[in-house]
Design a protein around this ligand. Sequence first.
Ligand SMILES: Nc1ncnc2c1ncn2[C@@H]1O[C@H](COP(=O)(O)OP(=O)(O)OP(=O)(O)O)[C@@H](O)[C@H]1O
Length: 342
Amino acid sequence: MTLSLEQLSRCTVAVDLGASRTRVYLKDNGLIVDEPSLAAVNSRTGSLIAVGSLAGGMAGRTPEHIKVVRPISGGTVVDIDMAQRMLRFLVNDKIRRAWRRKPMLRAAVCLPHDAEPIAQRAAVEVLSALGSRRVELVDTLIAAAVGCGLPVERPEATMIVVCGAASTQVAVLSLGAIVAAEKVAIGGDAIDYAVIQHLRSVHELMLPSQGLHPLHLALYDPARMGCEAEVRGRDVATGLSRTVLVNTAHVREAIHTPLTAVLDAIGRVLRECPPDLVADLAERGIMLAGGSARLPGLDTMIEQATGMMVRIADNPDVCSVLGLGAMIEGKIKPLHLDAARS
Ligand SMILES: Nc1ncnc2c1ncn2[C@@H]1O[C@H](COP(=O)(O)OP(=O)(O)OP(=O)(O)O)[C@@H](O)[C@H]1O
């Protein structure tokens, strides 16, 4: 992966191909796409019917021959052809116009920390479909840290935790580079899965595919801590619609196991870090980014486990693409270190 600010400033477009959402930043225009990474396809003809939120609205409601698919899984493109078609559909003429003005379009894409070469190649191929002749790959952790406004280029330690849908990535950065990092395959999806399993085993209730969002709001609303939330779903045995009262404290217990894996990853990164940097971190605290950073109580849980101050970024879900955007706009200046004189 590259982190040449000069090369990045020549890019026209910055892309974050997330497991849950696809985001595109166009130079001089800002964020032009922020849509679910979903495509609805007619399996008889192979034609694309809808992408993004339109496809999301169809999930669980389609006839047999229409499938809603996720071309990106775990932060990696798993279906290159479908991801290319989805991205082309999402950006449509907004980028094509820019490309006509600047045919040697360069793109920057952020990839999960330690992405395999095959995942890097897949991302490059997807971006090539937009007409990019050259693709710069940037570690999500660095892009997110820049997007949160952390002073990554300074010789001071900063710690970022990016809680996405498929994974959580943790890093300590200093002088524009990663000093120690960890990635665990636990994110918002695993937390949702724990909630679904809890409802299924304790209440014998199956949730509709789009039933989790209102459930998030009801269950994690701090004003309703320790209360009961009404949840409607389908009875596992009879198949009939049923409403149950769910104790929010029990649901919080159910999501404790996936969250423990996140706390362990933070602990491992801190242990790997040189003591001087840990002292910096004790002063500066931990920055939380990614959509799952919005999970109420996650910041307090990390604070209690580490004894360090935890802050949630202003727009946690779009930090990575906005950080990449700031880099292609040339807003991040490299630190010039004077050569030591003998
Ligand atoms: N208010 C909220 N409360 C709880 N979880 C939330 C909230 N808003 C978003 N999420 C979760 O955030 C996740 C999406 O985060 P994000 O947009 O960072 O994912 P992504 O970048 O597509 O994923 P990844 O980084 O794993 O590729 C989803 O799992 C979603 O359920």
